[in-house]
Write a protein that binds this ligand. Structure first.
Ligand code: HEM
Ligand code: HEM
Length: 188
């Protein structure tokens, strides 16, 4: 069985996967006339997602190796290129925590999510409590919605690739779902 991830990463991943995926799905319907009630939920859960993401970054920085997410050293770059070329020949990149292509793509996904969180929190602060309708500075608000949309599209791209690769690994016999979503005690 695939070695389980550190329990704090597993819990943070549960929180990120649930809140970020809710944000993406709610965004599909919250502008439609019948389902506009979703927007306040998008706003509140967006703030929760941003907070969870902040914890994820702090934990990655403090305890976890940021080089896994951003393999900027020579060895890291070579590992990413080697696994990228391997992928072109049909070889799956290694799963689990380690320096390589998967870790780097996770880093890019976290950047897309951070873009959504930052622009989202700016918009959050532009809407006064209890306010309905567009905020006073409509032009600035629209500019942030456009930036938010850009990061949102990057996040969808990441999400589709991330889930697809997880499924391919799982089908190939590499139990990645149990390793990140399971609650079994970690074996060293
Ligand atoms: C937008 C939402 C998501 C984000 C931002 C995200 C981000 C991440 C990150 C950063 C890691 C690596 C953890 C680390 O290096 O510290 C990871 C691993 C993983 N995630 Fe997600 N995730 C999301 C949603 C999902 C969903 C919906 C699924 C499954 C349906 C999933 C399945 C997995 C699996 C299986 C791994 C382990 C991969 C491996 O062993 O290499 N994730 N995710
Ligand atoms: C990490 C948290 C968040 C994520 C992952 C997220 C994700 C998304 C996504 C994927 C879209 C759809 C973009 C598109 O149309 O292509 C969207 C739209 C939107 N989000 Fe968020 N969001 C977050 C937080 C927030 C917050 C806190 C607000 C506060 C007001 C907000 C306000 C909006 C608005 C107004 C739109 C509609 C933009 C438009 O269609 O013009 N979001 N969000």
């Amino acid at each position: 069985m695939e070695k389980a991830w550190d329990i704090k990463i597993r819990l943070l991943h549960w929180a990120i996967a649930l809140t970020a995926t809710f944000q993406q799905l709610s965004s599909l319907y919250m502008s439609d006339p019948g389902t506009q009630y979703l927007f306040p939920y998008h706003r509140i859960l967006g703030a929760v997602a941003a907070l969870v993401l902040l914890f994820f970054w702090l934990y990655s920085y403090a305890i976890y190796d940021l080089k896994v997410l951003f393999p900027w050293g020579g060895d890291g770059r070579r590992a990413v290129v080697r696994e990228g070329l391997g992928l072109l020949r049909g070889r799956l990149p290694a799963s689990g925590r380690g320096i390589g292509l998967s870790g780097f793509v996770h880093g890019l996904g976290l950047l897309a999510l951070s873009g959504c969180a930052i622009t989202g929190m700016i918009m959050f602060s532009m809407i006064p409590p209890g306010h309905v309708g567009p905020p006073a500075d409509g032009i600035a608000f629209t500019r942030y919605t456009l930036q938010h949309k850009f990061f949102g599209q990057m996040l969808w791209l990441y999400w589709c690739g991330h889930v697809a690769f997880a499924l391919v690994h799982q089908i190939a016999g590499d139990r990645v779902f149990g390793a990140i979503f399971g609650f079994a005690r970690r074996r060293e």
